[in-house]
Design a protein around this ligand. Structure first.
Ligand code: XMP
Length: 323
């Protein structure tokens, strides 16, 4: 029967056998899934694993520093940080279509891993054959990998993979749901701050800008997102909501008035949801005073944003992310 102990034991054994004396790399995203996958594989093959954190420039404020600090402190894993902002932004230039964005981001991730692989081989000798991914069961289903399901979105680590992939994949969480992954992480001794983190998608803020992704828009969204997160944390609501995507409607403008001048700026959407496993979700009934504080601060502090709107759609019919 199902216990976290059994899952860990089974996976550790299978991974050891599969990898043998070869090496593996694991893409860390800062999220729960990749952290737990990495910790599990590290338990199996120790120093044959190198984690690679790709800073694609689509991260939230402070995220890169957090991974560098927290995860390494918790696991002692070998970490390689790759600054790939320019590469991703160049590849995304002029692209507005959500699926196209997802495919480009998935492809560029792999290209960066391939480059990291070459560098690791040059440093350490034995071949890196395996790529560890924190793919969960819902990612597989919603990317069309389950039986009889429509392709809703290409998750960056499933439907977004290029066809000429050079790695063999290790996906130890492929049969698990998020709550199970959190239990496995806890059992592996990962700290609360990592295990209880709210989900954040691999493609990052790239799929939270409706319209073309540019550095300027990302900076703006990062500011708005940081304010929303700060206020939710201050209000003690982090454990009550599943996650709260903050979305920039870059292709929409509306008229506002600030000071005594007319503005013509962009709306920011707040999308707080409650959920058990992200397959379905309901919009969170956040206290009005918290919403008011977030709205006031965002419109005061973020340039070019003159309106904050609340998404009150459940899933279905809406998905959690806008793209
Ligand atoms: P949707 O938008 O499909 O999201 O309702 C369901 C959950 O999955 C997250 N999500 C992703 N996570 N790579 C990920 O690692 C992705 O490409 C991706 N797309 C969506 C989303 O944040 C939500 O928790």
């Amino acid at each position: 029967d199902w216990t976290t102990g059994n899952v860990i034991e089974e996976q550790v054994e299978a991974i050891r056998e599969l990898v043998g004396d070869k090496r593996a790399i694991c893409g860390l995203s800062g999220g729960v899934d990749s952290a737990v996958a990495a910790a599990l594989v590290q338990k199996a093959i120790g120093s044959q694993l190198t984690c690679v954190y790709v800073d694609h420039g689509l991260m939230r404020k402070g995220e890169t520093e957090q991974v560098e600090k927290d995860f390494v402190a918790a696991t002692g894993v070998q970490l390689k940080v790759v600054d790939a902002e320019e590469r991703f932004l160049t590849a995304l230039k002029g692209v507005s279509d959500p699926e196209e964005k997802r495919k480009i981001i998935g492809r560029e991730f792999i290209r960066v891993f391939e480059q990291a692989q070459a560098e690791i081989i040059a440093d350490e000798g034995p071949a890196v054959e395996f790529l560890v991914q924190g793919t969960l069961y819902p990612d597989v289903v919603e990317s069309g990998g389950g039986t009889g399901t429509a392709n809703i979105k290409s998750h960056h680590n499933v439907g977004g993979l290029p066809e000429d992939l050079e790695f063999k994949l290790i996906e130890p969480l492929r049969k698990l749901f998020k709550d199970e992954v959190r239990m496995v992480g806890q059992e592996l001794g990962l700290p609360e701050e990592i295990v209880q983190r709210q989900p954040f998608p691999g493609p990052g803020l790239g799929i939270r800008i409706v319209g073309e992704v540019t550095k300027e828009r990302l900076d703006l969204l990062r500011e708005a997102d940081a304010i929303a997160r700060e206020e939710l944390t201050t209000a003690g609501l982090d454990r009550d909501i599943w996650q709260c995507p903050v979305v920039l409607l870059a292709d929409v403008r509306s008229v506002g008035v600030q000071g005594d001048g007319r503005t013509y700026g962009h709306p920011i959407v707040l999308r707080p949801v409650s959920s058990e496993d992200a397959m379905t979700a309901d919009w969170s009934r956040l206290p009005y005073d918290v919403l008011a504080r977030i709205s006031t601060r965002i419109t005061n502090e973020v340039r070019d944003v003159n309106r904050v709107v609340l998404d009150v759609t459940s899933k279905p019919p809406g998905t959690i992310e806008w793209e």
